[in-house]
Design a binder for this molecule. Structure first.
Ligand SMILES: [Zn+2]
Length: 198
């Protein structure tokens, strides 16, 4: 592979729960690189259409142009010719994203990957453990606990105001689903679906 960046590539991972400012922090870093004249791009998985399919938007409303990709191979193909590559919501990519990101870093690309380190059950999310292990730089951000105001490190999933069932990837039709940032103390484990039904 041709080296993109004479100063060498590396991997930065920005992780934490929802509402901890991961996307904002990634955009801040990429804007700095853009100001320095670097060729910058942001990718995100196509499944995430919370706000806008083409733009990366943080919860705080900051916005940068992004490219939605359907697969890791599409990401790799589109990343050519960029010196700095941001990846938002990286936890949603399949495990192949790890090798793809390492290949980019080996080729001299600065990769800034942002994502949830853990899911609403507080289990490691998708490719995050491996990305964190390989990264040269890691930042774990905190949000503010919705309950007590302390430093929040977890994401609480609520369905109709109650902790979501632990075993539930289940989409509950018509249910009002919400997410909150919570600290370790305030995070509630949802009941099993069977227990709820009984
Ligand atoms: Zn709390």
């Amino acid at each position: 592979m041709i080296r993109v960046n004479p100063s060498g590539g590396w991997l930065e991972v920005i992780c934490g729960p929802m509402f901890s400012g991961k996307s904002e922090e990634m955009m801040r870093r990429l804007r700095r690189a853009e100001i320095a004249g670097r060729r910058v791009v942001i990718f995100k998985p196509r499944i995430d259409d919370r706000y806008d399919t083409a733009d990366i938007v943080s919860h705080a409303g900051a916005r940068m142009r992004g490219v939605a990709v359907a697969s890791v191979s599409e990401l790799t193909a589109s990343a050519r010719a960029f010196e700095v590559v941001g990846i938002d919501e990286v936890q949603f990519f399949p495990s192949e994203v790890v090798a793809a990101v390492l290949a980019l870093a080996d080729a001299g690309v600065r990769v800034v990957a942002a994502g949830l380190d853990r899911d609403f059950r507080r289990l490691p999310f998708g490719p995050m453990p491996e990305l964190l292990a390989h990264a040269e730089f890691v930042d774990k951000l905190q949000a503010v606990c919705h309950r007590c105001g302390g430093p929040a490190t977890t994401t609480q999933r609520l369905v109709d105001g109650r902790p979501a069932p632990y075993s539930g990837e289940t989409i509950i039709v018509g249910a009002n689903e919400q997410y909150e940032a919570r600290c370790r103390e305030c995070h509630e484990r949802g009941e099993e679906l069977a227990a709820v039904a009984a």
